[in-house]
Design a binder for this molecule. Structure first.
Ligand code: 8YV
Length: 332
C-alpha cells in the first residue's frame, strides 16, 4: 500500500530547464510537462486538482473560475515579469499568493527592444527578404533607406525598469533625445540617469521619431495605441511593441503601415498570439518576432530559477521573493 506524500504537490505547467525541475523535485512532489503539451483551460484545472502550487508561464490563465475549481491551490509562481494572465483580485480574495519574475530580464529585454528598434528603422527584415528572394541585382542610391537612430527622438511609453533600460541605451549609446510618458513621473535622479524628459501622451506621439511601448497590459492600456494615436504620429516614425499584445490595435496598425501613416513597426507581441493579424503578415514595413524579448538562455534560466525560488520560499519559509499581491486570507 502506498502512503500519500507529505511533500507539497506542485504542477509545472510547461517544459522548463531540467536542472530547475530537478531542484523542485528534490523538495516537492512534482507533476511536470516536459513534453510541453498545450493544455486547455479545463485540462489545467484537472491537472491542478490536489496541487498546492503551480509554476506558470505567461501562457496559462489563472482565472477566478480556476481558483474556485482548485481549492487546494495556494501559490502561482509566474515565470514572467508580466502577470496579466493572473486574475489578481480573485487570487487575493481567495487567499492565493501570486509571484512574478522581475529584474532578471530587464537588461536582456531592453537589449532586444533596442535591437528591434534598429532592425525596424533600418529595414533589416524587409531587405533580407529581398536579398533571399534573389531580387538584389544592383546598388541604388535610395535602396532600403531607413531613418537614423543616433540623434533622433526616442519616445518611451511606460517607464518601468525595462523602459529605463531602453532610455539608457538610447541616451548614452546613441545620443538620442529621450522623452517618456508614464502613469507616474520618475524622480529627478532617475530621469537624469537615463537622460529622459517627461511629456504628456500627445507630445510623446507627435514628437517621437521612434516610439517604444513598454507598458504592462491592463484594461486601461488596452488599445492605448489605436487609429487615433497612429494618426498623431510622424509619417516617418517607427513604432516598437515589446510589451503585450492588445496594447496596440493590430488591425489599425496594419492599416497605418500600409497607407504610410507611419514608416515602420517592430512587433514582438500580438493580440491573441500566437495568432498574428493576417494583415500584419502581408505588409512589408514591419519586423515580426515571436515574443522572444527575454529569450537568452541565461535570462530564461534566471526567470525559471526565480519562479522556482518563489515556490521554495513559500513552502519552506512562508514568504516569497517577488509577490504580486498580498492575499487577504490563507487557504491553509
Ligand atoms: C516571457 C514576458 O517570455 O516576462 C514577460 O512578461 O513577456 C516574457 O519575458 C513570457 O511571458 C513567458 O512567460
Amino acid at each position: 500500500m502506498t502512503t500519500p506524500s507529505s511533500k507539497p504537490r506542485i504542477l509545472v505547467s510547461r517544459a522548463i530547464f531540467p536542472e530547475v525541475l530537478a531542484q523542485l523535485e528534490s523538495v516537492f512532489d512534482v507533476e511536470h510537462n516536459q513534453a510541453d503539451a498545450l493544455w486547455s483551460a479545463q485540462e489545467l484545472i484537472t491537472r491542478l486538482q490536489g496541487k498546492d502550487g503551480v509554476l506558470t508561464t505567461g501562457s496559462e490563465c489563472i482565472s477566478a473560475e480556476l481558483l474556485q475549481a482548485c481549492p487546494q491551490l495556494r501559490i502561482c509562481a509566474n515565470m514572467a515579469v508580466g502577470f496579466n494572465n493572473f486574475d489578481v483580485p480573485a487570487m487575493t480574495a481567495s487567499g492565493v499568493q501570486g509571484t512574478n519574475a522581475p529584474d532578471v530580464l530587464t537588461e536582456t529585454t531592453a537589449d532586444f527592444g533596442f535591437a528591434l528598434l534598429m532592425a525596424t528603422a533600418r529595414r533589416m527584415a524587409e531587405s533580407e527578404h529581398f536579398l533571399r528572394a534573389g531580387l538584389w541585382k544592383r546598388w541604388s542610391y535610395d535602396m532600403f533607406c531607413g531613418s537614423d537612430i543616433h540623434g533622433a527622438t526616442l519616445g518611451i511609453l511606460g517607464m518601468g525598469r525595462i523602459g529605463q533600460g531602453i532610455a539608457r541605451r538610447g541616451f548614452h549609446g546613441f545620443g538620442m533625445k529621450v522623452i517618456y510618458h508614464n502613469r507616474r513621473r520618475l524622480d529627478a535622479e532617475m530621469e537624469a540617469a537615463c537622460g529622459a524628459r517627461y511629456v504628456d501622451k500627445a507630445t510623446l506621439l507627435t514628437q517621437s521619431d521612434h516610439l517604444v511601448l513598454v507598458v504592462p497590459y491592463s484594461a486601461e492600456s488596452h488599445h492605448v495605441i489605436g487609429a487615433k494615436e497612429l494618426a498623431q504620429m510622424k509619417s516617418t516614425a517607427t513604432l516598437v511593441n515589446i510589451a503585450r499584445g492588445g496594447i496596440v490595435d493590430d488591425a489599425a496598425l496594419a492599416c497605418a503601415l500600409r497607407s504610410g501613416q507611419i514608416a515602420a513597426a517592430g512587433l514582438d507581441v500580438f493580440e491573441g498570439e500566437p495568432r498574428v493579424h493576417p494583415d500584419l503578415l502581408t505588409v512589408p514595413n514591419v519586423v515580426l518576432t515571436p515574443h522572444i524579448a527575454s529569450a537568452t538562455l541565461a535570462t530564461r534560466r534566471a526567470m525559471a530559477q526565480l519562479a522556482a525560488d518563489n515556490l521554495l520560499r513559500f513552502f519552506v519559509h512562508g514568504d516569497v521573493l517577488t509577490p504580486v499581491n498580498t492575499p487577504v486570507a490563507s487557504r491553509n
